[in-house]
Structures are given as C-alpha cells and as structure tokens.
Design a protein around this ligand. Structure first.
Ligand code: SF4
Length: 270
C-alpha cells in the first residue's frame, strides 16, 4: 500500500476495488499493465484532471462518426451539411469538462477536427449504402468459467463481420507496431464479438484519422484473433486480478510519463 492510498476511506476504497475485480474493460486493463499507479489514481482514487485538447477533439470526431454510422444503419445517410452541424454541436459539448485552451488553439483544433472528418467521409472508406451490422453497441462477456472478471466494452462499428475501431492520432501509425500496441483492445473486442454473436469475427480494422497538415486516413487491417492472442489476453487479465488482490499499485516510470496527468501526484508517492 502506498501513502496516498492510506489517506482514502478504507471501506469505500475496498468497494471500488471489489467492483474493479468483478468487471474489466480493455482500457482499464491496458492502463493497469502500463502503470499500476496511474491506474490507481484514475480508477481507484478517481482523481479529476482537466480535459485535454486532444481528448476533446477525439471525442467530437468520434461523436460525428457515431451519428454518421447510426444514420447508415437506419438507411438514412446524413448529408455533409448535417454532418457539419453535428460536429458543431459535438464541439460545443462540455459535459465531460472543458479544456483550458491557449489563445487561438481552440479554433485551430476545431478546424483540424473538421478537416479529418471531411477527409474521411469524402474518401468513402465506408460506403453509405452498406448497412452496418452494429454501431456503438455496449457488450459484455462473462468469463467466470476462466476464473476471470466480466469483460465489458463498446464496439464502435461492426460491418460485414469486421470489427472497426476509430482513432485520432498525431502521427502516422506503423501497421506492425499498431497491431501490437492495440492488441489488448482488439482481442478484447474479438472476445466480446464472439460471446455476443456465437461467431468468429472476419477480422478487425483500425481507422486512424491522422492530424497532419494535410489530414489523412490510415486503415490497418488485422486478422481474426488467434488462439495464442486469446491466451495472452487471459494471462494479462489474471495479472490484473492478482495485482488488484495484492493492492499492487507501484509506479512504472518510462516514456509514457511525458503525457501522464498524474505526474505531480506520482512524485509524492513512496
Ligand atoms: S508519472 Fe509515470 S510512473 Fe508516475 S503515475 Fe504517471 S505513468 Fe505512472
């Protein structure tokens, strides 16, 4: 136990830990494996931090793609004008907190987000005429038979049995690296898909909308989850469970610390 943990009410912290042991998502699992102390700050202590500009842009783009795909699902595609209005509304939404913008930064980021969407939709990566199998569907998988927590998640889009996930990114992704760095997420989605459909996914696609001066879209196509990848994910989930049971929340300093919102709190840990 670290000293910051000792300052929290023990009972409520135990309740939080019990809930975290019962249910896990890909993002929680990934964060726990990246840095257990950061996980502790975010999910156990629930320390609030200002929303970042990058998160705000990503959320607004994601909200528009969700609306666009839902319209395709009901076979009533949105015009570019309606897409733009949806983006304006999404950008103005501060329900998850507001960003401390630098002068001129908000307009620049807002333009960047719109140019990403415009590029993606104009390039017709997903033709409006093809109806999705599912859009933004919350799903879960009971993994009790494996001695593991219930897995939960939301699938951005499933189309022709392909699981599609959207990402905004500042740099062009490398296909080999991104298949490795997103493995926890893609394999979690594959398990969720299989549990909820009884079928194997045809594969997965990562649609990166890249925030360059000239925005571009990079689509990485991945094969279905292999048995070896499923085993790796289950072993990672076991490590998550064991770590929570031991209350193992040590820091893991590394390159990822440069973007950690809990840097100051981390320096106080002992
Ligand atoms: S600064 Fe680094 S080591 Fe500390 S909590 Fe954040 S990610 Fe973990």
């Amino acid at each position: 136990m670290n000293t910051l943990a000792a300052s929290s009410p023990e009972r409520s912290e135990q309740d939080v830990l019990t809930a975290l042991q019962a249910t896990v998502s890909a993002s929680r699992l990934s964060l726990f494996l990246q840095c257990r102390l950061k996980f502790y700050f975010r999910y156990v202590l629930k320390l609030k931090k200002p929303k970042t500009a990058s998160l705000h842009l990503g959320n607004a783009v994601h909200a528009v793609l969700k609306a666009w795909n839902k319209a395709r699902w009901v076979q009533q595609p949105l015009s570019l004008k309606v897409v733009h209005e949806t983006y304006q509304t999404a950008w103005a939404d501060n329900t998850e907190g507001s960003v401390a913008w630098e002068p001129g930064e908000e307009e620049a980021d807002k333009t960047t987000g719109w140019r990403l969407l415009d590029t993606y939709l104009r390039e017709s990566h997903l033709p409006a005429a093809i109806k999705p199998d599912a859009v933004e569907v919350p799903v879960e998988a009971d993994l009790q038979q494996h001695g593991l927590p219930r897995l939960i998640g939301i699938l951005d889009l499933v189309q022709q049995r392909q699981i599609i996930d959207y990402k905004t990114s500042a740099t062009t992704p490398n296909a080999d690296k991104v298949s490795h760095t997103t493995e926890i997420q893609t394999c979690s989605y594959a398990i969720l898909y299989r549990h909820n459909t009884g079928a194997q996914e045809a594969g997965m696609q990562l649609h990166h909308l890249v925030k360059l001066k000239n925005p571009k879209v990079v689509i990485t196509t991945l094969p279905p989850m292999s048995p070896g990848q499923e085993t790796r994910l289950f072993r990672q989930m076991e490590a998550y469970l064991e770590g929570l049971q031991r209350r193992d929340f040590i820091p893991s300093p590394g390159m990822h610390c440069s973007s950690c919102e809990f840097f100051n709190e981390c320096r106080l840990w002992s």
